[in-house]
Design a binder for this molecule. Structure first.
Ligand code: PMP
Length: 383
């Protein structure tokens, strides 16, 4: 045998030092959720993540400007009592019917962990918020996804069968389609042995909330957010409304995970946002008005879509592939969201911006479609 080389000996030594084993077998492996991109260009028109184009209520700016930074030495109130109290007051509830978290993603993740512990599959639509299957995989919750009908509507009868829990957004995302309150009640009524979660991230743009039903059904949890209708996606505030028993279960899990979820500034800014109901109604009203204007303009240009009650429109064009238009818009720094493949692959989800932003968007699309037909752009300046 030849004498072994120095390098071989080095490798053996490294292996020994590192104690290489099968540790990767025991890792929790997940395919994470992909959030919409957050480009940062001064000239961009950002219609891709359903943010609100208007700033938060003036009181929020005031609170943040006057933040006592010395107090940041101290942990925040783990129960976020001031914010819980403000939300309860706004919705005519008791404080023990409100749970708050770091955006509704945090509230929803805690809810999956707390309420979906059956061996039976939980149910949510095949086309919906794409975080649901990520949480189900993460927490190893079995799930099934009943298909929306050909018009992207939830078929309530699909949820009248044995299951380990139910969740759906109302209005649904990315379709914008709402389910009437009577259908929601029917689903809750048929599922008294499991928890039904209605994710109302976009409810303030024209859908009836399921909130009145929480007094009647103790298995119903309504989840909302400050990210959309209250212009505070960057602050991360979400909340759940339900009977005190469900809220207590949620808090027990939260306190077993991370006590201090809400930071001091979020709590104070959240209270200020809730206090300015007039501003909230005014900005939601403007978005609804702009949404209806955008629908009309899109129809004139040959787009088709279901009736959206959210701050976005999920639209397809009769003879322009969505991906091509998505790329063309992107090149102009106009960002919309595109979900490739399957039944969503020929649609674009277009968030409603200011009226001015939507005019620039529509003008660009009009010219783009003309170019596809006649082969060249006219001399229109887009913005
Ligand atoms: N639910 C739905 C349906 C959503 O689209 C979103 C936004 N991505 C959320 C919940 C989470 O929003 P946030 O965590 O900002 O409250």
């Amino acid at each position: 045998m030849y004498p072994r080389k120095k390098a071989d000996k080095k490798v053996d030594k490294k292996k020994e030092d590192m104690k290489m084993g099968n540790w990767e077998n025991n890792i929790r492996k997940v395919v994470p959720y992909t959030p919409g991109e957050q480009p940062n260009q001064t000239d961009m028109i950002k219609l891709n993540t359903n943010e609100n184009p208007y700033p938060p209520a003036p009181g929020v700016t005031e609170v943040l400007r006057n933040t006592d930074t010395d107090a940041l030495r101290l942990y925040p109130d783990p129960a976020a009592k001031d914010l819980v109290h403000a939300i309860a007051g706004e919705y005519g509830l008791q404080d023990d019917q409100v749970f708050v978290g770091v955006g509704s993603d945090d509230v929803l993740a805690m809810s999956f962990l707390t309420f979906f512990n059956s061996e039976k599959p939980i149910l949510f639509p095949d086309i919906t918020y794409s975080f649901y299957d990520v949480w189900a995989e993460l927490f190893r919750i079995p799930y099934e996804r009943p298909a929306l009908d050909e018009h992207f509507h939830i078929k309530k009868e699909d949820y009248f069968r044995e299951n380990g829990g139910i969740i759906f957004p109302n209005p649904n995302a990315p379709t914008g389609v709402s389910l009437p309150l009577s259908d929601i009640e029917d689903i809750v009524e048929h599922n008294q042995d499991v928890i039904v979660i209605v994710d109302e991230a976009y409810v303030d743009f024209g859908t009836q909330s399921a909130l009145p039903l929480i007094e009647k059904y103790e298995n119903l949890l309504v989840v909302q957010t400050f990210s959309k209708s209250r212009s505070m996606a960057g602050m991360r505030i979400g909340f759940a409304l339900a009977c005190p028993k469900l809220i207590k279960y949620l808090n027990d899990v939260k306190y077993s995970f991370n006590s201090y979820t809400m930071n001091r500034m979020s709590i104070a800014a959240g209270v200020a946002a809730i206090e300015d109901q007039e501003y909230f109604l005014e900005t939601c009203g403007k978005i609804i008005e702009t949404r209806e204007w955008t629908k009309k303009e899109l129809r004139k240009l040959g787009f088709y879509f279901e009736e959206s009650k959210a701050n976005f429109i999920f639209a397809a064009h009769k003879n322009c592939p969505a991906e091509k238009l998505f790329q063309a818009l992107r090149a102009q720094h106009i960002y919309v969201r595109y979900f490739p493949g399957g039944r969503t692959g020929n649609h674009l989800r277009i968030t409603i911006g200011t009226r001015n932003e939507m005019e620039v968007f529509i003008n660009f699309v009009r010219e783009y479609l003309k170019r596809r037909i006649y082969g060249s752009f006219s001399t229109v300046v887009y913005r």
